[in-house]
Design a protein around this ligand. Sequence first.
Ligand code: RFL
Ligand code: PHB
Length: 391
Amino acid sequence: MRTQVGIIGGGPSGLILSQLLHLQGIESVVLERKTMDYVLTRIRAGVLEQGCVDLLREAQAHERMDREGYEHDGFNIAFQGECHRVDLKGLTGGTGVMVYGQTEITRDLIEVRRAAGGTIIEEAEVLGVEGAETDSPVIRYKKDGQEHTLICDFVAGCDGYHGASRRSIPSTLLKTFEKVYPFGWLGIMSETPPADHELIYTRHERGFALCSMRNENLSRHYIQCSLDDSVDDWSDDRFWDELRRRLPENVADTLVTGPSIEKSIAPLRSFVCETMRHGRLFLAGDAAHIVPPTGAKGLNLAASDIYFLSRGLIEFYKSGSEAGLDTYASKALRRVWMAERFSWWMTSLLHNFPETGGFGSRMQDAELDYLFGSKAALTSLAENYVGLPYE
Ligand code: RFL
Ligand code: PHB
């Protein structure tokens, strides 16, 4: 089989790219290891930057998001028992964020790809990419126990942190940077009203907590947990009790609890792979970088990567110029490192790090005290949270 752009991975990165290319008359094939029904069971991101929203509109996958997504003008940080609001719109001169789940984005993208007759090959496990330095790289994949090849002009590695595309680049050409945090996030989804109409990030001596949401009757909550914990250690009652202990009293008192409909633990890590390009193989999204979820940046970075990559590919097919492809890695990485910095900072500010002792804890208190006393510091937080510009 042959196509113009072979896309490894049917997560948000791969699906947005295939749709943007299709709208410019460029053909692609998406190879996804799992079924798309399985991909839709993953509950991940919930907060979208304006740039990501704009890209989904450009991809014509925006109708339900515009109808059912929630615009948020601010969010809260709670510490020492009090909620403090970050007025995103006021501080940035009019920009907020959109609350709309990654699951819903993926559902919308699958729908527009299918309506356009796009090819998504499910249960196709990519084994590797060969000939990335030639004009016709080849993707090798396994489906139904048989090996197949997909010959392409370009390959987009959108297969997440555990995918095959990054491993296809010779390790001598890569530089990787990693920080593993000594804790995870235990998350639950429940059909209960959100704790507040805006998100609440909480720093507490028992550990971080986050109250987020999907709609008026669907809440997403997280608590910092030990890496040794398993979801079986956490009954719903134990989760709600622990969450209530970490929240400000007035929030805990009015918190509506109920049975969880999903429960999972995610370890926290920062990771960047330099470079994001090897010949005609381009890495995008979680395949190239991971951020701890505290800054809500993972999916948003996947979107900015795809913005740069789609422009490079479209320019190539329209004019033959490789200029956009040549600057892809440097443009994407510049934004990646800024989001890495912000995510690391938010994580460091709000989690419990017993190994840093009393001094570390006082530094966090002082930083929060400074933040809410300084418009300059709050503005810096707000402009990073809503997303730095693409160009
Ligand atoms: P994905 O979503 O991991 O998709 C990659 C796809 O590739 C497939 N795959 C393969 N296919 C074929 N052959 C192979 N060899 C393959 N190996 C893998 C996989 O099955 C999968 O379908 O990567 P993508 O598309 O780059 O998207 C990235 C986002 O999913 C991720 O960054 C975000 O979910 C991160 N994230 C958040 N991001 C935000 O912007 N805002 C948030 O509020 C936010 N919250 C979160 C998050 C991630 C979390 N977890 C679970 C890590 C909250 C959490 C708890
Ligand atoms: C979510 O709603 O899942 C969510 C929101 C904000 C974050 C991380 C996750 O920082």
